[in-house]
Each structure stands twice: as structure tokens, then as C-alpha cells.
Design a protein around this ligand. Structure first.
Ligand SMILES: [Ca+2]
Ligand SMILES: [Ca+2]
Ligand SMILES: [Ca+2]
Ligand SMILES: [Ca+2]
Length: 401
């Protein structure tokens, strides 16, 4: 059986043009402990008492593999392995055609057929692995992000790096790679090395009308990456040093009403500060926004959440509550309003990139809340409150900005 499998692999490789460098020499050894580090091993029998094949890369076409792959050992370094019945990582029905395993050794679970259906023949015609489920399933490092069509969305002065009127996102993956997500499910790779940075964006800071990105490095230096207007970033400029003492910072739009986007920061003593933007990528002398932020977990600028014409801020606290701080249009806030009574402590990240859901209130900004795995979108009502959240579970091991 084994030479047949390898011959079929080589033939399929020639036909579809992928490189079958991963096929290891036949290993007559038995036992999971013979699977080399860095490889994904498939055994002929469930008890691993049979020869194995070891693979170092994804297999797009292992057909016709009429072997059940009764036992596998994922030593690839990927946290998940996915095996498909059809070739090319395709599936017609996830219940019948695909199964996913956590790392380690074991017997792949048989696909559970949907009600009334017969399970497919036990084939394993393609498989690959990844650090996250989305990498395993889609082969992509980034998540599917769909923010509605741009025709219905009014362009807000933030949340739109490429200026098409449609909300977009930046996603940083576990390995420090950064992607621009355009809102139509597409991702553009922006580069690696971002893991040491704290990132934030909210509108234009340089005066060219294109949204920019702020980044603080491990040494506490704040950098500005000017947006190019197409989702990519230009050469960074140095804003200043000494930002390590800030627990949180984020551009918040024009909070003081002079026409330039501003920056807000919370220090470790619970004080909030406003750094007025000068419209050229720098900031003037800071002004106090008051004490009493010591219990704040995180905050983000939402744009005008309550419809009074002034940009607002929302902040979560250590007891899990969510507050709206209504901007007063001249550099301060009105009395804060409780808009979430509990559970918000599970989201390390809050973010607003505009109106991304087509419901409740047209053109009202929605709030994104990110936990370790999930991204939940809370629809803005346009009256300063939020509707019920919608969860998307395909955002593990990544951050959004
Ligand atoms: Ca956009
Ligand atoms: Ca700019
Ligand atoms: Ca301003
Ligand atoms: Ca407002």
C-alpha cells in the first residue's frame, strides 16, 4: 500500500504543480516516538503499530489515499491539524469532509455525518496545519473581516485607512505580522516585527486627510506611521520618548475642536491626559482630563456615539462595566454614562472603526470588543447605547487596531 500512496502523491504533485518535498522515506519503525520534530506523521494503523509517513509541509493532493489515516502525530509546531476528504483543502460539508485536531498524538475523529446522511469514504486527500484554526482551515494568517458594503456607509474621519468609505481593520498575528483587512474578506500583508509595539489609530494626525497609525516601542518611544491612503504605511517619524509611563493611549479625534486630531493617554496613577494634535503629526503641551481613571481597563474613541455632534470615548473598568464619556467639543467630557453593566473585563481591546453592521441605526458607529479568541461587534444605536453583541470566533491569537 505505501509505495502506491507515494507514487500517487508524486503524480498528483506533477499534475497540480505543488512541491511534494515533504514526503519522507518510508519508515518501517513503529510508534509515535519515531515521528520527527517538525513533522506531521500519519500511521497506517490506529495503535501506531505500523509504518508511518512524515510530512513537513501541507499536502494539497494526497489522492487517492484510501487509507483512513487511523493515527496521526502532529509534531509540526502548528497547534491544529486539519484533514480533508477532498483534495485542495476543499469541503462540501464540514461534518463529512473535514476534521480538526489539537496538537499531539491520537486517532483522528471520524467525521460525523449530518442527520440522515451517509459518511463519505474515509479518504484523506489533503491536509495541513497551523498555529490557529483559521490558518489551518483557510491557509491564511488573517481573519475574514466583512464590514458591509461601502455604498451605504458614510465616510467617517476614522476607521478607513484606504479612504473607500468602508471600515477596515489592522490585524496583528501571533508571529508579529501585520495585515490590512479591507472589509471585503481580503488581507494585505504589511510586514513583520510588530509584536513589540503598542498600536493605536483613529483618524488623520498629519493633515493630509489620510488615517495614520501610532506605535509605541518597548523603549517607550512613540512613532507615527503615516497612512498612504491605500492601507499601507509610510516611513515612520518619531513623536517622542518617555511614553512607557502611560498605561493606555489612543488618538481620539478632535476632542478640543481646533480641527486637528488629538491623543488621549492614561498614566499609572489614574490620571487622564489630552495631547492636542498640531495637525502635522506632533502634539502640543498636554492638558489634564482629570483623575479617577485608576480602575479603567481600556478605552477607545468611538466617534460621535450619542449623536450630539461631538466625538466620544468609551472605557471599561475592572468591575466589568462600560462607560461612555461624552465629548463636550472643547477638550473635555460631560458626566459619564453607564452603558454596560457587566462582563466587559473579558475584552482587553475595545475599538471603533465606524458603522460595520447594517442594522438598528444607519451610520451609527459600532463597537468592536476583542477577547483572546473572539471578536464581538456591538451595534451602536445612535443614541449613545449599544445593542446586543454578535460574536465571531475566528480571531484567536491576534490583536486588532
Ligand atoms: Ca476602507
Ligand atoms: Ca495622515
Ligand atoms: Ca484638536
Ligand atoms: Ca457625542
Amino acid at each position: 500500500m505505501r509505495p502506491t500512496i507515494r507514487t500517487a502523491l508524486a503524480t498528483a504533485a506533477a499534475v497540480v504543480g505543488f512541491t511534494a518535498t515533504a514526503v519522507a522515506p518510508a519508515d518501517a519503525s513503529v510508534g509515535f516516538d519515531h515521528c520527527p520534530v517538525g513533522k506531521f506523521c500519519v500511521f497506517d494503523h490506529a495503535d501506531n503499530q505500523a509504518p508511518m509517513d512524515a510530512y513537513a509541509g501541507p499536502q494539497a493532493s494526497a489522492e487517492p489515499w484510501d487509507d483512513e489515516a487511523p493515527a496521526v502525530y502532529n509534531r509540526s509546531g502548528g497547534d491544529f491539524s486539519c484533514m480533508w476528504s477532498p483534495a485542495e483543502f476543499q469541503y462540501l460539508d464540514p461534518g463529512r469532509d473535514m476534521y480538526v485536531r489539537a496538537p499531539g498524538i491520537g486517532t483522528p475523529p471520524k467525521p460525523v455525518p449530518p442527520h440522515g446522511a451517509k459518511p463519505r469514504k474515509d479518504e484523506n486527500s489533503s491536509f495541513r496545519w497551523g498555529r490557529t484554526l483559521r490558518e489551518c482551515q483557510s491557509g491564511k494568517e488573517y481573519s475574514d473581516w466583512n464590514s458591509g458594503d461601502g455604498e451605504d456607509a458614510k465616510a467617517l474621519p476614522f476607521g478607513d485607512l484606504n479612504g473607500d468609505g468602508q471600515a477596515d481593520l489592522l490585524q496583528r498575528n501571533w508571529n508579529g505580522s501585520l495585515y490590512f483587512l479591507d472589509g471585503n474578506g481580503n488581507g494585505t500583508y504589511l510586514g513583520r516585527g510588530w509584536n513589540g509595539m503598542t498600536l493605536a489609530r483613529h483618524g488623520d494626525l498629519t493633515g493630509d486627510g489620510k488615517e495614520d497609525l501610532l506605535a509605541r516601542d518597548r523603549a517607550g518611544v512613540l512613532w507615527l506611521y503615516p497612512g498612504k491612503g491605500d492601507g499601507r504605511l509610510g516611513k515612520r517619524t518619531r513623536v517622542g520618548a518617555g511614553w512607557s509611563g502611560m498605561r493606555r493611549f489612543a488618538p481620539v479625534g478632535d476632542l478640543d475642536g481646533d480641527g486637528h486630531g488629538d491623543l488621549m493617554a492614561l498614566d499609572t496613577s489614574g490620571h487622564a491626559w489630552l495631547y492636542p494634535g498640531n495637525g502635522h503629526g506632533g502634539f502640543g503641551r498636554r492638558e489634564s482630563l482629570g483623575a479617577g481613571w485608576g480602575s479603567a481597563l481600556t478605552f477607545t474613541a468611538t466617534g460621535d456615539l450619542d449623536g450630539d455632534g461631538h466625538g466620544d470615548v468609551v472605557a471599561s473598568d475592572t468591575t466589568g462595566r462600560l462607560w461612555r464619556y461624552p465629548g463636550n467639543g472643547h477638550g473635555g467630557f460631560g458626566r459619564r454614562v453607564l452603558i454596560g453593566s457587566g462582563g466587559w473585563e473579558k475584552y482587553p481591546t475595545l475599538l471603533c472603526v465606524g458603522d460595520v453592521l447594517d442594522d438598528l441605526a444607519w451610520n451609527a458607529p459600532d463597537l468592536l470588543a476583542k477577547s483572546d479568541r473572539e471578536l464581538t461587534t456591538y451595534p451602536g444605536t445612535g443614541k449613545g447605547t449599544l445593542g446586543e453583541g454578535r460574536e465571531d470566533w475566528n480571531w484567536a491569537r491576534s490583536d486588532i487596531f
